[in-house]
Design a protein around this ligand. Structure first.
Ligand SMILES: *[C@@H]1O[C@H](CO)[C@@H](O)[C@H](O)[C@H]1NC(C)=O
Ligand SMILES: *[C@@H]1O[C@H](CO)[C@@H](O)[C@H](O)[C@H]1NC(C)=O
Ligand SMILES: *[C@@H]1O[C@H](CO)[C@@H](O)[C@H](O)[C@H]1NC(C)=O
Ligand SMILES: *[C@@H]1O[C@H](CO)[C@@H](O)[C@H](O)[C@H]1NC(C)=O
Ligand SMILES: *[C@@H]1O[C@H](CO)[C@@H](O)[C@H](O)[C@H]1NC(C)=O
Ligand SMILES: *[C@@H]1O[C@H](CO)[C@@H](O)[C@H](O)[C@H]1NC(C)=O
Ligand SMILES: *[C@@H]1O[C@H](CO)[C@@H](O)[C@H](O)[C@H]1NC(C)=O
Ligand SMILES: *[C@@H]1O[C@H](CO)[C@@H](O)[C@H](O)[C@H]1NC(C)=O
Ligand SMILES: *[C@@H]1O[C@H](CO)[C@@H](O)[C@H](O)[C@H]1NC(C)=O
Ligand SMILES: *[C@@H]1O[C@H](CO)[C@@H](O)[C@H](O)[C@H]1NC(C)=O
Ligand SMILES: *[C@@H]1O[C@H](CO)[C@@H](O)[C@H](O)[C@H]1NC(C)=O
Ligand SMILES: *[C@@H]1O[C@H](CO)[C@@H](O)[C@H](O)[C@H]1NC(C)=O
Ligand SMILES: [Cu+2]
Length: 572
């Protein structure tokens, strides 16, 4: 009888926990310092739970995600759930001083949000200082039904591309660059799932290895977590079928190369359809307009089960030259969204707000109190800076509140709502002849947002400028997935280029790599109240100011308004 009662209780407990786990998935993230060996050196890095890359989050669409963050490390930190829509949960979005004050050492914060209305691969990363270099991981949303809009892959394998800084401390690299005004030191290696691969010293055994069974189809859940580099990725003698980007399904796109900008994700299928053997997977940068960059190649290996020992020397794929914009642009622009797939959003047809935003580099005076003091390490002895519409964004540090708290509590003095819809000066934006025009070089510092009415539709043209040189900036918008209507090179021409808009099946993304010396047009509906950061995902450009934010007002009802903050929201 006792045993029976026990079994009954046990069965009920199991049932209850399976019901609960269908709705709420809980994780504990301990931020801590961890010693790892890379490139012949022992380094102390900041990790989550001692893992590098950090733990995967793997949930089903519709589930509630609860992450208890315990900051046992030495730095202020926050976590951003990159690409998660955060519908009515802006308090969980993460960028420091934008949606929350940072979690200081010894303190905790619990992030609670729903993984709804999207499925595919996203990721999470620190959004404080440059800590995302080592504090990041995959965030995978499985279809609620378990069914994909294509045959179920045999296995799903996260492929997190990253970079490695053989410095004692990545935070010191940023601190040093901001002090001197120059460019931060570059990375020493790229990595696949945290491992640089056998082209680097002391790294023969630090190579990601993926075992495959001949004839099976695998789903690579790819993330570019590298701080500053777009990457080319190939597997020797294999082709990919891209099926999703930024957790939105795409029309199937067959390619032998993946190109992925910092912040972006790709779901790609590949079938082990080659002779038994081993094949390198490799990644190297796509980069234009940067004189000094990490030009190394990371590689891992795909090994077929039962491969003969004679095939132990893997085949190496041929990667494109670093500046191969043609290959990058083809991949970035040629893929289309899958109309009617789960969570597809039709393109909004009427536009309420038209914005034209220039993006690019600038200078700031070396010494703001003395314009003649030019002893910094940026161009002309000044400091590197960057801007959107000539406003160089600074975080509201030391103003007592995050921007989102200021929005919620109606506190003034944290930011202003006068971010311009257009650049203040019209010039030949993408023409290299303006690169060093002294009248254009300096952008004022500010903390400005663009205010949007709830549910309004916004169209933004991002236009790269040639100030200090053109570059491909991957622009990330928090809180929304947007349609990419068109992309091109040179100056955007509203008369001729708007005829090229794809209003039928454009990509739906959260990060758009704006073509180097060119433009991209995005559109989205502002259906989520809060303050949403918009920034370049090249980490070096963020503290220089290539950021702005949207302030989306509350809707007419309480269910369309931002709820109050969680009680444990960190204070400044
Ligand atoms: C995530 O969980 C699903 C089952 O829900 C499993 O099939 C899949 O392999 C997991 N993926 C990863 C990357 O852990
Ligand atoms: C943080 O959470 C841990 C685990 O729940 C707890 O032991 C600790 O006291 C918390 N710290 C603070 C400052 O609340
Ligand atoms: C999250 O999902 C749960 C369960 O479906 C629901 O009760 C809750 O209202 C959702 N929260 C938000 C903020 O949408
Ligand atoms: C950056 O590189 C320079 C030159 O190699 C070196 O002297 C300096 O220590 C590096 N900075 C950091 C923070 O590692
Ligand atoms: C496999 O890749 C190697 C190296 O890239 C190449 O030389 C060879 O032609 C390829 N073989 C096939 C069948 O594609
Ligand atoms: C990488 O850059 C270094 C330093 O500029 C140079 O010596 C080397 O040849 C470059 N390697 C490649 C593969 O381009
Ligand atoms: C993709 O490329 C093909 C071949 O170049 C071209 O015909 C097609 O129009 C392109 N599609 C898109 C959406 O760019
Ligand atoms: C010039 O600016 C640098 C950096 O801001 C500062 O360290 C230095 O003291 C200044 N020199 C003069 C002469 O003002
Ligand atoms: C940016 O603003 C500054 C200060 O108002 C002005 O001197 C400069 O010409 C502007 N630059 C551009 C590119 O608009
Ligand atoms: C917002 O827009 C959506 C779809 O366009 C619509 O269903 C919803 O009713 C709108 N909400 C409000 C408050 O206008
Ligand atoms: C846009 O293109 C049209 C047609 O080629 C041209 O007449 C017009 O001058 C262009 N506008 C700008 C701002 O370049
Ligand atoms: C850490 O965060 C606290 C609270 O916002 C702030 O006062 C402090 O200056 C921050 N420290 C650093 C090093 O940024
Ligand atoms: Cu950038």
């Amino acid at each position: 009888m006792k045993l029976f009662m026990f079994l009954l209780a046990w069965a009920f407990a199991l049932l209850a926990s399976s019901l609960a786990s269908a709705a709420i998935v809980e994780y504990t993230f301990k931020v801590q310092t961890t010693t790892v060996n890379r490139l012949c050196n022992k380094r102390v890095i900041v990790t989550v739970n001692g893992q590098f890359p950090g733990p995967n989050i793997n949930v089903s669409e519709g589930e509630t995600v609860v992450v208890h963050l315990l900051n046992e490390g030495p730095y202020n930190i926050t976590i951003h759930w990159h690409g998660v829509l955060q519908l009515f949960t802006a308090w969980a979005d993460g960028p420091e001083y934008v949606t929350q004050c940072p979690i200081s050492p010894g303190n905790n914060y619990t992030y609670t949000f729903n993984a709804t209305r999207q499925e595919g691969t996203l990721w999470w990363h620190a959004h404080a200082s440059v800590l995302r270099a080592t504090v990041h991981g995959a965030f995978i949303i499985q279809p609620r039904s378990g069914r994909f809009p294509f045959p179920k892959p045999y296995k799903q394998v996260p492929i997190i591309l990253g970079d490695w800084y053989d410095a004692n401390n990545v935070v010191d690299i940023e601190t040093q660059a901001l002090a001197t005004g120059g460019s931060p030191n570059i990375s020493s290696a790229f990595t696949i799932n945290g491992l640089p691969g056998d082209l680097f010293s002391c790294s023969q055994n630090q190579k990601f290895t993926m075992s495959v069974t001949q004839g099976k189809t695998y789903m690579l859940r790819m993330i570019n977590a590298a701080l500053n580099n777009h990457l080319f990725f190939k597997i020797a003698n294999h082709t990919f079928t891209v099926v999703a980007m930024d957790a939105a399904y795409t029309d199937h796109y067959v390619t032998n190369i993946i190109v992925i900008a910092p912040g972006q994700t790709i779901d790609a299928l590949f079938t082990a359809d080659q002779p038994l053997g081993s094949y390198y997977m490799a990644a190297s940068p796509y980069i234009v307009g940067v004189p000094v960059f990490d030009n190394t190649t990371t590689r891992g290996v795909v090994v077929y089960d039962n491969a003969p020992p004679s095939s132990s020397q893997p085949l190496m794929p041929t990667l494109p030259p670093f500046g191969d914009t043609e290959t990058a642009h083809k991949f970035y622009s040629n893929i289309t969204g899958k109309v009617g797939a789960p969570h597809w959003i039709p393109v909004p047809t009427t536009v309420d707000e038209h914005m034209f935003i220039t993006i690019g580099l600038n200078l700031a005076l070396c010494d703001p109190n003395n314009a003649n003091n030019a002893t910094c390490q940026g161009p002309f002895g000044h400091r590197f800076s960057s801007s959107m519409n000539n406003e160089s964004f600074v975080l509201p540090i030391g103003r007592g509140f995050s921007m989102l708290e200021a929005f919620f509590k109606n506190v003034s003095g944290v930011y202003t709502a006068d971010f311009p819809d257009n650049p203040p000066v019209t010039f030949d934006f993408a023409n290299p002849s303006i690169s060093f025009d002294p009248n254009l070089l300096f952008a004022p510092k500010s903390t400005k947002v663009k205010k949007l009415k709830f549910n309004s539709t916004v169209e933004v043209v991002f236009q790269n400028t040639a100030i200090l040189g053109v570059q491909n900036h991957p622009m990330h918008v928090h809180g929304f997935s947007f349609h990419v209507l068109a992309q091109g090179f040179g100056n955007f021409n509203s008369t001729t280029d708007s005829t090229k808009f794809n209003l039928v099946n454009p990509q739906l993304r959260n990060t758009i790599a704006v073509p180097v010396g060119g433009w991209a047009v995005i559109r989205f509906q502002a259906n989520n109240p809060g303050v949403w950061f918009v920034h370049c995902h090249i980490e070096d450009h963020v503290p220089w100011g290539l950021n702005m934010a949207f302030e989306v007002e509350n809707g007419p009802t309480s269910s369309t308004s931002l709820p109050p903050p969680p009680s444990d929201l960190p204070k400044c």
